[in-house]
Design a protein around this ligand. Sequence first.
Ligand code: HEM
Ligand code: HEM
Length: 220
Amino acid sequence: MPDTNKPLWDLPTRLCHWLIVICIPLSWWSAENENYELHEWLGYTVIVLVVARIAWGFLGSRHSRFADFLVGPRAVTAYLRGRGSVSAGHNPLGGWSVMALLSLLLLQAVSGLFNSDEVFFSGPFYYGASVSVRDAMGLVHEWAFDLLLALVCLHILAVLYHQYGRKEPLLQAMVRGSAEGRSGKAAPVPAWRALVLVLLVALVLWGLLQLAPPPPSMMW
Ligand code: HEM
Ligand code: HEM
């Protein structure tokens, strides 16, 4: 029986993951359907979740911390050659793919703040940016999404390979916290800390959005 008192993935880490999984297809769908109000709110949600997850990488439970799963190139190579010790959480390669996913998610959402469809909707910082920054952010927003899609496909394929090819219960652990042979090694940090963190990050984002310059028509 897995030790449910010591989950591999604490509740905040799991909630953050599955909320991001909901937000990304909806972000794509809302952009395709020009529902930019929804698109904007989904983007802000992703920013808050990702920034809070990054902070949780320093303050969260043992296996959610970056120190638990980020290892140097030698350890990654050893893992790929089937040697070296592997943490109970993300494997050495998986750890870096987590960082790539989080960075791309942040780049995607932040570039959106400077983006515009030039008809119905502009991100809050569009009017404060120079033309070259606007152009660059427009390209980043487009390309980061293609890259994100590719990485998410790889991520899902890797999860399925471990789950069904190597019979490791990754999915059960990401849903329930732990699974047979996939328990944590320490009690989790209280989840309310994550809530405080999310509220703090949301407050800072709200504060930054207040600094956004108004659209030209509203400037007298
Ligand atoms: C938009 C799509 C997705 C994104 C951006 C994404 C991103 C991530 C990230 C950042 C992590 C690391 C979790 C953490 O430490 O905080 C992760 C882990 C994980 N994801 Fe996803 N994910 C996506 C879709 C999915 C889907 C559809 C599945 C199910 C098939 C899935 C299954 C998992 C599992 C099982 C883990 C834990 C892996 C392990 O045990 O090392 N993900 N994902
Ligand atoms: C993770 C969050 C986000 C995802 C996955 C995402 C995804 C997308 C996608 C797939 C498109 C259509 C492709 C394109 O034309 O570039 C798009 C367009 C757009 N997004 Fe986002 N976006 C996100 C966040 C944001 C945010 C936070 C804002 C601004 C508040 C924003 C503003 C826009 C705008 C204005 C467009 C239209 C661009 C155009 O027509 O050229 N996005 N987004």
